[in-house]
Each structure stands twice: as C-alpha cells, then as structure tokens.
Design a protein around this ligand. Sequence first.
Ligand code: UDP
Ligand code: MG
Length: 138
Amino acid sequence: MGNITFTMIKPEAVASGNTGAIFSKIEEAGFRIVALKKIHLSAERAGEFYEVHKERPFYGELVDYMSESPIVAAILEKDNAVLDFRTLIGATNPEDALEGTIRKEFATSLAMNAIHGSDSDENANIEAEFHFSANERF
Ligand code: UDP
Ligand code: MG
C-alpha cells in the first residue's frame, strides 16, 4: 500500500469558505500535509487533469466547473493513504455518501462534490507530479 494521495478542494468549497474546515477533518483523520497550494486552473489544465473522463457526457461541464475559480491542491501522507482518503471523503454522489464523510457534509451535488481524491497509488503519483515539483514537497 502506498502512503501518499492527492487531493483538491474544489472551486465551490473554496469559494464558500470551507477549505479550513475540510483540512481540519483531513488532519484529524491522521493525514500529514506534504504539499499545499491554492491555484486557478485554466480550462486546458483542468481538461488535462481529467483526461481519463474525456469521453464521458459530463466532461465539458466538469472542466468548466474546475476552472471557474481557484482550487486548493495538496499531497497527503498516511499509511494506506489512497483507500483511507476515499473512505474519508465518501461516495462521488453526496446522496450516497455516509454520515461523517467530507462529501456528506460539504458537497452540494454530484458534480459539485467539494473534494477530489486519487483512486489508485499510480494515479496518486501522476496527480501529485501534475501539480507539484519535488522542491514543493516537505
Ligand atoms: N462527475 C459528474 N457527474 C458524474 C460523475 C462525476 O459531474 O456523473 C464529476 C464529479 O465532480 C466527480 C468527477 O466528475 O468528482 C470525477 O468523477 P469520478 O467518477 O472520478 O469520481 P470521484 O473519483 O471524484 O469520486
Ligand atoms: Mg475519480
């Protein structure tokens, strides 16, 4: 099991002032912040990040949403980081997210679901490298 995962607090959660509350939950759950920054993704960068979903019907909407205003990106460290973080954030659709999960508390819809979490160790490394250089990690 790998020990890092990658996350983004999504635009609507940043804009509504929930970044700090969400990071409190993340740190309380035992994740250590390795890297952290606030950035405004261009549509091109958002599209590249979500390239895997290019053929899905929601891709255009997802790219518009993720590039509409700033996000907060982070690399997080913990044993079994990828799976434990997916458990902490909850199901993609907040209607299916369990009580106590970040999406249950902060997501507003299936599209605007507050937070991203990597789905595999391989993608965690790819996504971390997409957003952070080696000298931004501590
Ligand atoms: N999404 C959407 N409609 C869908 C499925 C996904 O708008 O039917 C958005 C949602 O913001 C989700 C993102 O696309 O978080 C990526 O989808 P994925 O299936 O990878 O979900 P995740 O890994 O984020 O839970
Ligand atoms: Mg995913």
